[in-house]
Design a protein around this ligand. Structure first.
Ligand code: ZN
Length: 165
């Protein structure tokens, strides 16, 4: 993705107040961040591990979302991240919830999805990290196709969250 400044990141958030966006904890080492290696910027709040953030490039510019971990799995069957389609055992995946920017009658005020619990979908998609002790589904896609798919899924989630209809 294209490099973003701290103020671009802060002003990209769509589902928290401006004040919250100003105060939220950015990832460490932003100045030396390897932007081209990121499909979207995903990180866990360094001071509040139940909160995570994702900044996704869209046609309308970067969109940031605040995600809250609502359930950390601790065992049982494997679960797949809905952005990067990586299978994780146990705690490698978490159920995240994102508040909708505008509440509307007759509609859920938040949207939930299973994601890599560390939000490092970029690393899993491009093979820089692999979950331990689990076999991934066979895929014949190229890395470039996988990158596109992860970006498309993250964008779709943002669009669904923003949908005003
Ligand atoms: Zn993922």
């Amino acid at each position: 993705m294209q490099p973003l400044t701290e103020s671009q990141i802060r002003s990209s958030f769509i589902n928290c107040s401006k004040g919250e966006a100003q105060r939220l904890n950015l990832p460490a080492g932003l100045a030396t961040w390897e932007w081209p290696a990121e499909i979207f910027l995903g990180w866990i709040d360094p001071k509040s591990p139940q909160r995570g953030y994702a900044v996704v490039e869209t046609e309308d510019g970067p969109r940031g979302i605040v995600l809250t971990k609502t359930e950390q799995r601790s065992g049982g069957s494997a679960q797949m991240c809905q952005f990067c389609m990586t299978l994780h055992p146990g705690s490698g995946v978490a159920l995240y919830s994102a508040a909708r920017p505008s509440a509307r009658k007759g509609r859920h005020s938040s949207l939930g999805t299973y994601l890599c619990s560390n939000l490092r979908c970029s690393d899993y998609t491009l093979g820089r990290r692999r979950p331990q002790g689990i076999r991934q589904m066979e895929e014949t896609m190229t890395l470039e196709d996988r990158r596109e798919r992860t970006l498309a899924k993250a964008r779709r989630f943002v669009a669904k969250l923003e949908d005003e209809k």
